[in-house]
Design a protein around this ligand. Structure first.
Ligand SMILES: *Cc1c(COP(=O)(O)O)cnc(C)c1O
Length: 419
């Protein structure tokens, strides 16, 4: 049953927690680099080149972004602090895409001035951008395909999403911006989240490549890159399988030949904005059991909480749990694994069959490398944990310290609370 591995042994972990008190997230550098390389290798055929702009929101830590930069990735940002992070890491502006929505003028001004690629979410943002920041030479539009024809059941109901241009708006927008002198165009859509079915992404590419052909034929607009967004899922559950990147790639390659090459269109770049699949499986929340409580159920109380990992609490998301040293134990029980927030949904697992635990046992929660620490918050006075990098040589580095009460009080000016 235990088929999700840890990148460290119990002995190694015992050494690590001597340096860093629980709870903390730890990220496996070697595995992140291997995934990045496999991703790029799968798409090495693309004539115009391939790039993943790592979705910074998934793991906004500059040390991780630096590793991904070394592996050839750019950054997908959607706020001013994310743009500042990408800049601090030294990611070239052309390797940063600003895919935001409901965007304030101040952020457009920053994005335009720093020369990053702007991906507009709505046609009304064309005059808004022009007024506040001016129109750049490169622009991308986010497409929302809306109610899809039958036979396209796979993609769900994009019309419910707040993102993107309609088809008519897309044609109008490109025409308008071509007249305004824009030189390079991108076309983006993102209709999936945590999707494990490879066909979903092939279908996304199909929609975009069809549009590339139509835009060329109807408006003489040449699309330089298509952006398939993020959303490639990861196997949170032990019985789930990794998305087959080669299958996605082959499917898209076939469509590329049929649509782009067969119509003699110039080569185009294919880009993505994946976050979760790049770092998600390679992060672990390490926490310790502090209480065992037996009432109408058994509750294993840890020293972490929803402030460190919110996905189970808000989405009922499954995160696998390993108890190092008890992986092969036959002494199992059904329990809820909880945090200390005054919220009954502050549970990492409900009715989970786990090894019998006692205070002092370590609990490792898997797949926290994306949308984990980043979604943390301070409700109930909870402090966000440290982040640790497990380096390729097995050594560790603190890449974000844990918050202190002074951090929590730092925005208050009251009787020296934060001094
Ligand atoms: C969240 C998001 C991503 C990343 O999604 P993952 O599931 O982490 O791959 C990429 N692009 C946009 C526009 C997003 O909102």
């Amino acid at each position: 049953m235990e088929n999700k591995r840890l990148p460290f042994t119990k002995d190694q972990l015992d050494m690590i927690i001597k340096k860093y008190p629980t709870p903390f997230h730890i990220y496996d550098e070697k595995a992140i680099r291997e995934k990045a390389r496999a991703f790029y290798k799968a798409f090495s055929w693309v004539p115009g080149g391939f790039k993943n702009y790592f979705a910074v929101k998934a793991l906004p830590n500059p040390y991780i972004m630096e590793i991904l930069k070394e592996e050839g990735m750019g950054a997908d940002c959607s706020s001013l602090p994310e743009l500042l992070l990408a800049d601090a890491v030294g990611i070239e502006p052309e390797n940063v895409i600003f895919t935001s929505n409901d965007t304030p003028a101040s952020e457009y001004i920053r994005a335009k001035n720093s020369g990053v690629i702007i991906n507009l979410d709505d046609i009304s943002h064309i005059p808004y951008l022009e007024k506040h920041a001016g129109i750049p030479e490169t622009i991308c539009f986010r497409y929302n395909p809306g109610p899809l024809k039958e036979g396209n059941t796979i993609i769900g109901t994009p019309e419910e999403a707040k993102y993107g241009f309609t088809r008519a708006q897309l044609f109008e927008g490109y025409k308008n911006l071509k007249e305004k002198g824009v030189k390079r165009f991108g076309l983006h859509t993102m209709v999936a989240s945590n999707e494990l079915d490879a066909d979903y992404f092939i279908e996304t590419a199909h929609i975009l490549l069809d549009l590339v052909v139509e835009l060329s034929q109807e408006l003489g607009i040449n699309i330089d890159f298509i952006n398939l967004g993020g959303g490639i899922g990861i196997p949170y559950k032990p019985e789930e399988k990794d998305v087959d990147l080669d299958r996605i790639s082959r499917g898209i390659q076939k469509l590329y030949q049929e649509k782009i090459e067969a119509n003699s269109l110039p080569p185009l770049q294919i880009v993505t904005e994946c976050g979760r699949m790049v770092t998600g499986p390679y992060g672990y929340l390490v926490t310790a059991v502090i209480h065992r409580k037996e009432t109408y159920k058994t509750f294993i109380g840890t020293d972490a909480s929803m402030a460190n990992l919110m996905r189970p609490g808000i989405y009922g998301a499954y995160h696998h749990i390993t108890v190092p040293g008890k992986e092969d134990s036959d002494n199992l029980e059904v329990a809820d694994i909880t945090g200390s927030l005054c919220e009954n949904n502050d549970k990492f697992a409900i009715d989970r069959k786990v090894p019998v635990m006692i205070p002092g046992d370590l609990v490792v929660i898997h797949d926290t490398g994306a949308h984990g620490h980043a979604m943390g918050f301070n409700y109930n006075g909870k402090l966000r944990s440290a982040e640790v990098l497990l380096k390729e040589d097995g050594s560790t580095k603190l890449i974000r310290r844990a918050e202190t009460v002074n951090d929590y009080f730092s925005t208050l000016d009251y009787k020296g609370l934060n001094s």
